[in-house]
Ligand binder design. Structure first.
Ligand code: FES
Ligand code: FES
Length: 123
């Protein structure tokens, strides 16, 4: 049911944790099931230098957020804002349809973290 890439990122997730004094933090949740995703960014000159995540979500949420962190590290904010949940799922060679909403958590938390950074910067 899950691709090798999903299993790899689920069993060996990248960039788990938090960043102290993060430049931006994004948190999204699904009130119905209680799943929560938080993404921390360290931004310098509009480049994402570091990114970490924490989630109370399922295996697919762990895999998608792990993949999101790999996709955005080193990218500038405009590029990072364009990363959609479909792009995350594609990078994992696909997700089962019933699990696509979990990739929304990862992409939405990323976008919220970028917005948080921009607000703090007054942009
Ligand atoms: Fe909560 Fe999927 S069941 S986000
Ligand atoms: Fe809740 Fe995937 S994050 S089912």
């Amino acid at each position: 049911m899950y691709t090798d890439k999903v299993m790899d990122h689920f069993t060996n997730p990248r960039n788990v944790g938090e960043i102290k004094n993060a430049s931006g933090i994004g948190e999204v949740g699904n009130a119905k099931c209680g799943d929560i995703m938080r993404i921390y960014l360290d931004v310098e000159n509009d480049i994402i230098r570091d990114v970490k995540f924490k989630t109370f979500g399922c295996g697919a949420a762990i895999a998608t957020s792990s993949m999101v962190t790999e996709l955005v590290k080193g990218k500038n904010l405009d590029e990072a804002l364009k990363i959609s949940n479909e792009a995350v799922a594609e990078a994992l060679d696909g997700l089962p349809p019933a699990k696509m909403h979990c990739s929304n958590l990862a992409a939405d938390a990323l976008h919220e973290a970028i917005k948080d950074y921009m607000q703090k910067k007054g942009k």
